[in-house]
Design a binder for this molecule. Structure first.
Ligand code: GLA
Length: 407
């Protein structure tokens, strides 16, 4: 017999943000959940990936960022199990892991993201019990689209719903960042968690990482879309370079602080004082500082360009950001540079840059809708001719942040 046509079943809007979702996309995961745990899931969470539009390596310098959530997401299904044990299955890895809530130890395994959030929730005084969970979704891993932060936010939201935890969005954001910083051991900034939790469809999220004030700015999407190009070069964030860049920024900010005590970090350094002090700073540290100072300015200008709206200018700023990431901050790589160069040769591309921590992962391209196919065809074929790699393309608009529903 033919299975029931799940595509026709529509779940009423139940999420916090009123997202409608067909059952079809979740049906296999819900079946798998039942098969694994012998009962139905009680809660379903959708937690998106994020792309950073502009403002790279500025978040941990108290600066400005402008990311958005995208149409790829983590799906997280969970049910209480009445014990002190968490059982979690990853569809990506086809692996079931079990751990005790009393013994949350890092194992350098994907389950650390789940454990880390459980640990931070307990530290915060939230009463957790055991649960069964299944992780699914379609975020490419280690591509710089924040699959890890997406999973952490999904776990946090699922626990909040399952155990009725009174957690404000900002508390969840900070808690998940602590899980990443302290449990997983990557000292990331706050951009990813913020974007994943609080993004809204059709908007970019302008965030001041110092005071955490943010503004959702509409992105005109009638003619333009984002095409994310995945280089196929994987680079884990735990890699030493990310932490090394942070240390270099600290050295820079210590130097400027020694000249002026009101300078807390690179956010407070002006372009003028950077130029004046050029010869007094180590050349590498100078370039790192110049990236952060000019990138902050570009984010502010980009937000203004969007509001005008002046998309040509917006695209130019995106292009400039790439040059700065490449030459001053040195977080690009030859494959990302190639993807950017190829993109800029295609008509209808307003801007192209690497996105995320760098050293691999993806580029983001602002492309006219009617040029998307041509873009993928040209960039894709020239990229694989010049490298032994195949680029993948994800076409997206800005999407909503985390949503959940009881099943
Ligand atoms: C990673 C980190 C973010 C941010 C970016 C670089 O995605 O998780 O906090 O620092 O790199 O902009």
């Amino acid at each position: 017999m033919e299975p029931a046509k799940a595509a026709l079943i529509i779940i009423p809007p139940f999420s916090r943000y009123g997202i409608m979702e067909t059952l079809e996309e979740n049906i296999t995961e819900l079946d798998k959940f039942k098969e694994l745990f012998g009962k139905a899931a009680e809660v379903a969470v959708t937690s998106p990936a994020r792309v950073n539009i502009i403002g790279e390596h500025t978040d941990y310098n108290d600066g400005f960022v402008f990311p958005a959530a995208i149409n790829r997401s983590t799906k997280f299904f969970a049910s209480k199990n009445g014990t002190r044990t968490v059982k979690v299955y990853s569809s990506n890895y086809s692996e079931l892991v079990e751990f005790d809530l009393e013994e949350l130890k890092r194992t350098r395994h994907w389950s650390d993201y789940v454990k880390g959030v459980c640990r931070e929730l307990s530290v915060q005084g939230c009463h957790l019990e055991g649960f069964d969970a299944l992780i699914g979704g379609n975020i490419p891993i280690a591509s710089g689209l924040s699959s890890s932060a997406s999973l952490e936010l999904a776990v946090c939201e699922a626990c909040a719903v399952l155990f009725d935890l009174p957690l404000e969005p900002l508390e969840q954001i900070k808690l998940c960042r602590r899980a990443e910083n302290q449990f997983v051991g990557v000292s990331c900034g706050i951009m990813d968690q913020f974007a994943i939790k609080l993004s809204r469809k059709g908007h970019g999220l302008f965030l001041d990482c110092r005071n955490l004030e943010y503004e959702l700015i509409p992105i005109p999407s009638d003619e333009l879309v984002f095409v994310i190009a995945d280089s196929g070069v994987e680079r884990g964030l735990g890699a030493t370079e990310y932490h090394q860049r942070q240390k270099q920024c600290e050295r820079g900010s210590l130097f400027f602080n020694s000249l002026n005590k009101s300078i807390r970090n690179l956010r407070d350094v002006s372009e003028d004082s950077l130029v004046v002090n050029r010869d007094n700073i180590d050349p590498v540290i100078f370039r790192r500082c110049r990236h952060v100072v000019t990138e902050n300015k570009r984010v502010l200008l980009a937000a203004q360009a969007l509001k005008n709206p002046d998309m040509k200018r917006f695209g130019e700023l995106i292009n400039q950001s790439h040059e700065s990431c490449k030459s001053d901050y040195e977080v690009s790589c030859k494959e990302l540079d190639l993807l950017v160069d190829l993109a800029r040769m295609v008509p209808g591309v307003l801007g192209a840059r690497m996105t995320g921590a760098g050293f691999g992962g993806c580029t983001i391209n602002l492309v006219m809708r009617n040029r998307v196919e041509e873009f993928q065809q040209k960039v894709g074929s020239l990229y694989s001719k010049s490298t032994s790699l195949t680029a993948k393309f994800y076409v997206t608009e800005a999407e909503d942040g985390v949503s959940s529903r009881k099943l």
